[in-house]
Design a protein around this ligand. Structure first.
Ligand code: DGT
Ligand code: CA
Ligand code: CA
Ligand code: ZN
Length: 575
């Protein structure tokens, strides 16, 4: 099915459901139900049809034809937006439970006052459903099970860190095929969101069939979910779904824009296309009057022809980037090329590091870093912390390596922020380090005010140059603890302390959203890998993507500065 058709069919299906939920006239409901089927069955691509041809589709009436036209022209259907606003979201949630139709959903909502899945769970536990007309103890039991299954599915999003390796492996396999000209992952993974629902693979090839076949037969694939001409969906060994689309090389850029998303970004740029007399879809950007393709081969061509600056994928979330790219005010966001060094990393001097100091330094040099801070854990950390004596031994080891790899080793430490904000060692000893990052490693469940207060207290210390992984979150495993970001940003400015964007894909802490607030406030950032192995040094790109999501430029990032400027920043706080 053409992608536009798929979009329209999905929207009509949603309209049908919402009409039912709002108790609309059955004839009207029926009209949209029929139109959904008609669009799904249509062989022609709707975006190529004129009004007469649309209305001539069997099952499409005058009113539904107008809605299709509206969608083709504006990228949205006003009626759907209104329905979405009018129908309580819980009704939609309820209809997602197998066995609950619109009628039952309304009954549960209206008669029992259930306004969330949680509420439904409670009502079931209190055996209140069986009192309702048409429902009974059996239905109650079925729903209890169905809800439990939904809960499991909701956590089906996987941390980006768990998806990227399999995505890259699949890309590599596909790239080996003779027919394949270009291959990449798109979707939320390319936007480097912290969790992803699935992997979207996009290939440009002269002949799609062998590419689809190769994915189906790939040994990383455990099950083929759907095999069509335009799209193959598979489950990978990791349990993650991967969708493959194969397009013509002339449409690759347009398809890449489309399948990178986000949906909200796509809607916004499609509106812009319409206003300029153009049509944007996954095949290209077309002149509406002549039908000629204006752009499609590269993403840069597509954005250029829309009169916009190129928008890096992590920014494509409809948070103002479209307007800014059109006005020429999109910031020149930081890239991997801007990075001069890494300010948080570990060696096997502290027990949790997996490589020797020399291996880590060689790894940093191989990445072209001018400096690398070895911030092994300080003494207050149980098990892995280094005593003052051990730190002095390490100092000698650093000196012995200092001129060997062409990368300046910064003698550093990762300090522990104590319950009251105090940090390890004493002030004089701390002043002898080149660079200290301080992080919370204990007492993570304290109330937000206390957590904020102890971090702010640590920021007052002259030798604490940066705060590491501010919220302590581990994506998909540990929730961020509660901090008052405004108060932290305030303190960062006042004390001249930088905030870290921890680039480990398990953390990404600050988050992109927090970065944006830090950048707006004028706070200096660091982007650091917190590497515990040589391989971890490659995580810088995830930190860069997270900083891009927050619209950070190289000027906002301490480790994009040359060594003297970095040392000036450290010294300025100590002075
Ligand atoms: P995910 O997989 O939930 O982490 O998020 P995405 O953004 O990867 O979403 P996905 O996999 O459903 O679709 C990939 C991209 O395809 C999405 O970012 C934009 C585009 N796309 C998907 N469905 C639609 C749609 O209904 N309308 C439009 N305009 N674009 C869509
Ligand atoms: Ca996706
Ligand atoms: Ca997908
Ligand atoms: Zn660390």
């Amino acid at each position: 099915m053409a992608w536009t058709n798929e979009d329209v069919a999905r929207q009509f299906a949603e309209i049908t459901t919402l009409l039912k939920l709002s108790g609309a006239d059955p004839f009207r409901v029926r009209a949209y139900e029929r139109a959904t089927g008609a669009v799904g069955a249509a062989t022609a691509d709707l975006s190529t049809l004129d009004d007469a041809a649309l209305a001539a589709l069997k099952g499409v009436g005058a009113s539904t034809a107008r809605k299709i036209r509206e969608y083709l022209d504006t990228g949205r259907i006003g009626m759907l937006d209104e329905l979405r606003a009018a129908v309580p979201p819980v009704l939609i949630e309820l209809t997602r439970i197998p066995g609950v139709g619109p009628k039952t959903a309304r009954l549960i909502h209206d008669a029992l006052g259930v306004d969330s899945l949680e509420g439904l769970r409670d009502a079931i536990a209190a055996e209140r459903l069986r009192e309702l007309p048409g429902l009974g103890a059996k239905t109650e039991a079925n729903l209890r099970e169905a809800i439990a299954r939904i809960g499991a599915k909701d956590t089906g999003r996987v941390p980006m860190a768990n998806a990227i390796a399999i995505a890259e492996e699949l890309c590599e396999r596909l790239a080996r095929l003779r027919q394949v000209r270009r291959v990449t992952y798109a979707g939320s993974l390319r936007r480097m969101r912290e969790t992803v629902g699935d992997v979207d693979l996009l290939v440009a090839a002269d002949d799609p069939a062998p590419v689809h076949a190769a994915l189906r037969d790939c040994d990383l694939v455990t099950r083929v979910v759907a095999a069509g001409e335009a799209k193959t969906s598979v489950l990978t060994r990791a349990g993650l779904q991967a969708d493959l689309r194969v397009v013509d090389v002339d449409a690759y850029g347009a398809a890449l824009v489309y399948f990178t998303g986000s949906k909200a970004h796509n809607v916004r740029i499609r509106e812009r296309a319409v206003r300029r007399g153009l049509t944007l879809n996954e095949y290209g950007l077309f002149d509406r009057a002549s039908g000629a393709r204006v752009a499609g081969r590269t993403e840069a061509d597509v954005y250029g022809a829309l009169g916009m600056a190129y928008v890096p994928p992590p920014l494509r979330e409809d948070t103002g980037e479209v307007e800014a790219a059109a006005a020429g005010t999109l910031p020149d966001v930081v890239t991997l090329h801007d990075v001069r060094g890494d300010l948080h990393g570990h060696s096997d001097w502290s027990g949790d590091g997996k490589a020797t100091l020399e291996q880590m330094v060689a790894g940093a040099a191989a990445r072209g870093h001018r400096y690398w801070a070895v911030t092994d854990h300080a003494e207050d950390l149980p098990l892995n912390g280094l005593s003052r004596e051990r730190m002095l031994e390490r100092r000698a080891a650093i000196a012995a390596l200092q001129n060997r790899y062409g990368v300046r080793i910064l003698e550093g430490a990762e300090l522990n922020i104590g319950a009251d904000g105090r940090v390890d060692y004493d002030t004089d000893f701390l002043a002898s380090f080149d660079f200290c990052v301080a992080s919370v490693h204990t007492l993570m469940h304290r109330p937000g005010v206390d957590q904020t207060a102890r971090i702010v207290a640590a920021m007052q210390h002259p030798s604490v140059t940066a705060i590491g992984h501010l919220t302590g979150r581990i994506i998909g495993r540990r929730e961020p603890y509660d901090v008052d970001l405004d108060a932290i940003l305030d303190a960062a400015l006042r004390t001249g302390t930088a905030l870290e964007v921890n680039a480990s894909p398990r953390r990404l802490d600050l988050s992109g959203e927090m970065v944006r607030r830090a950048v707006d406030a004028g706070v200096t950032l660091t982007i650091s890998c917190d590497a515990h192995s040589v391989g971890d040094l490659a995580s810088m790109r995830y930190g860069i993507a997270t900083a891009q999501r927050g619209w950070a430029t190289a000027a906002d990032v301490l480790n994009c500065r040359e060594l003297p400027a970095l040392l000036d920043f450290v010294a300025a706080k100590r002075a």
